[in-house]
Design a protein. Structure first.
Length: 444
């Protein structure tokens, strides 16, 4: 190749690029020297509802920072959760050698699946277990990335929602609010939404909205799982907080208790309606009061459920005081569930009650928690379930309205609470003698 030919071969592409650039930036609209505007960036496609993992929240510039006396709690919230929140151990308890529950999951799975070989009945791979012991959206996934994330337990996204859709707005200039609707970020700033989110696992929930069925059946309890005995205000108070309450008024604890009880009843009704649709789950003994069957017989000191003119052999539906007995729609569920077998209309009644309770959760009708407590305080005999629920309500009110006698009263509450504790694995739910009277004294 001649020298001239070599120069042409090398520089011809460059000339073509310059020519193309001049075509792009030539004067437009008769204005000398005005370039074309830069085209807008194409929107990045985001798949809503995919989990990112807690590492997406734990960087030093987000929730894994170093705090101080004046720092907002959200700065160190990842550290608070990792250090002390019991939810982080939720997946670990499914493993064979977890301290405190060694072998429990293995024994449970052997009882639940006696015909399966041991390698096929691992709790760490069972969707029913994973639905509540990790981020529910990961429970049935076959994706290796999702399977790896299960070991994080009930971490950030299990409560706040899988972050693929909201992480960008949450961390970017659009602000946190932009992720709630389009990105499916859970509105945990709302007490009712927060309580309902907790109830999804601590009470149960139907399958839907990308989440699996969460249903603690009587079979699972009989195999060794603790019964679900949830009180939102108490559970929340016991957690090491990794958040700041921006609307924490003096009556916050009382509001949390009442809203939590309504959300509990709503979740229970949604699950009852769903069970009614699934023939294999109907009737379900976990729907009913445990103490109705699991108590001493013939002991004059044992507290039984009040007869309330029920037919012989009938079972009372689960009590959710102070909501049951004070919301008419819920009374219809109790009536339909009463009897040797539930009334076929129980599912319809439960679905209708859930709708009414959803409205009540957002608007409590102007009554304060103290008014609900006083109005609904039952007379007659108290069994364990009722005594426990009155106890939790009274303690929440004490936390909300401290006075000069509150230290003494909270001390009495601790004594009553100690008497109400049950050892793991118990199958009897009698009250120790005098416990109901101690809680009545606390109320007075």
């Amino acid at each position: 190749m001649t020298r001239t030919g070599w120069i042409v071969a090398v520089f011809a592409p460059a000339v073509a690029v310059v020519a193309a650039a001049s075509a792009v930036f030539r004067p437009v609209g008769g204005v000398s020297g005005s370039p074309l505007p830069r085209p807008a960036d194409a929107p990045v496609a985001v798949t809503v509802g995919l989990a990112v993992g807690q590492s997406g929240c734990s960087s030093g510039g987000c929730h894994g920072g170093v705090g101080g006396p004046s720092a907002a709690r959200w700065v160190t919230s990842a550290h608070e959760w990792a250090a002390a929140d019991p939810h982080r151990r939720a997946f670990e308890v499914l493993e064979e050698n977890h301290a405190g529950t060694k072998g429990l999951a293995t024994r449970m799975m052997a009882l639940l699946y006696p015909d399966k070989p041991a390698e096929e009945r691992l709790a760490t791979k069972d969707v029913r277990c994973l639905a509540c012991h990790t981020n529910p959206t990961l429970a049935a996934s076959k994706n290796p990335h999702d399977i790896a994330l299960r070991s994080e337990g009930v971490s950030c996204e299990a409560c706040h929602g899988s972050a693929s859709g909201w992480l960008g707005p949450h961390t970017g200039g659009a602000g946190r609010a932009a992720g709630y609707e389009a990105g499916r970020m859970a509105k945990l700033y709302d007490l009712g939404e927060r309580a309902l989110a907790c109830a999804g696992c601590h009470v149960g929930a139907p399958e839907g909205n990308g989440l699996p069925l969460r249903d603690m059946s009587h079979d699972m309890i009989a195999a060794g799982h603790p019964r679900l005995n949830f009180d939102f205000a108490t559970y929340q108070f016991m957690l090491p907080p990794h958040w700041d309450e921006t609307d924490r008024a003096p009556d916050f604890e009382a509001r949390a208790w009442l809203v939590g009880r309504v959300a509990h009843a709503e979740a229970a009704c949604l699950l009852t309606a769903d069970r009614a649709k699934r023939a294999e789950a109907w009737p379900e003994f976990a729907e009913y009061s445990c103490v109705a069957c699991h108590h001493r017989v013939g002991d004059p000191d044992a507290a039984y459920p009040a007869s309330d003119a029920k037919r012989l052999g009938s079972l009372p539906w689960q009590p959710i005081w102070p909501v049951t007995g004070n919301v008419p729609a819920l009374g219809k569920v109790e009536t339909a569930m009463r009897g040797p077998r539930p009334n076929p209309g129980a599912g319809v009644a439960a679905a209708n009650a859930a709708k009414e309770l959803a409205g009540l959760r957002t608007n409590l009708g102007g009554m304060t928690a103290q008014e609900w407590f006083t109005k609904a305080l039952p007379s007659g005999e108290w069994d364990r379930d009722l005594t426990e629920q009155v106890y939790h309500g009274r303690v929440a009110l004490l936390r909300a309205t401290p006075d000069r006698n509150s230290v003494t009263r909270i001390g009495l509450a601790h004594l009553a609470g100690d008497a109400l504790r049950l050892p793991r694995g118990t199958v009897r739910f009698d009250l120790p003698p005098g416990t109901a009277e101690a809680v009545r004294a606390l109320v007075r």
